[in-house]
Design a protein around this ligand. Structure first.
Ligand code: FES
Length: 148
């Protein structure tokens, strides 16, 4: 239900420092919702400002919009995250970030022999896919290959 304190798309864009097209994109992805006024213009409840702040903060952590949408969908009545929700979400995303950081550190450490090498050897280069189980099924992109 619309109320007089709802915000136009331009007001939300200005307040949040995002483009109008970004708001449309967020809405298309189910991250925010708007209502339509009698002139068929978008109107956003004021809590959209906090919702967008959470989205922007999560994106700065490298969290995908898909993961943000998933997290929002688990909130009761898909409400805008409150302080406790943010505390929980940020802990989850922190763990996710630590996992990614560890994976990147492992990758970095495995690349030490590659730096300045350039051989891309199929037998000794760590960039080569050592667990390539599909290699037994043929050369190239076997999943994309059409059956003969
Ligand atoms: S490029 Fe030579 S070992 Fe990776």
């Amino acid at each position: 239900m619309l109320n007089e304190y709802d915000l136009s798309v331009g007001q939300v864009a200005t307040r949040c420092g995002v483009k109008v097209s970004t708001l449309h994109f967020y809405e298309q992805k189910g991250l925010i919702k708007s209502l339509r006024n009698q002139g068929n213009q978008r109107r956003y409840p004021r809590d959209v400002l906090r919702r967008i702040s959470v989205i922007k903060a999560a994106q700065q952590f490298g969290i995908s919009l898909h993961d943000i949408q998933q997290a929002f969908s688990h909130l009761p009545n898909q409400r805008t995250p409150n302080k406790d929700d943010w505390s929980q979400l940020s802990k989850t995303w922190k763990n996710q970030l630590n996992t990614q950081i560890n994976a990147l550190e492992d990758l970095r450490d495995s690349l030490e022999g590659c730096i300045g090498c350039g051989c891309l050897s199929m037998t000794s280069c760590p960039l080569y896919n050592p667990n390539d189980t599909l290699a037994t099924k043929g050369d190239g992109a076997v999943l994309l290959a059409k059956p003969k």
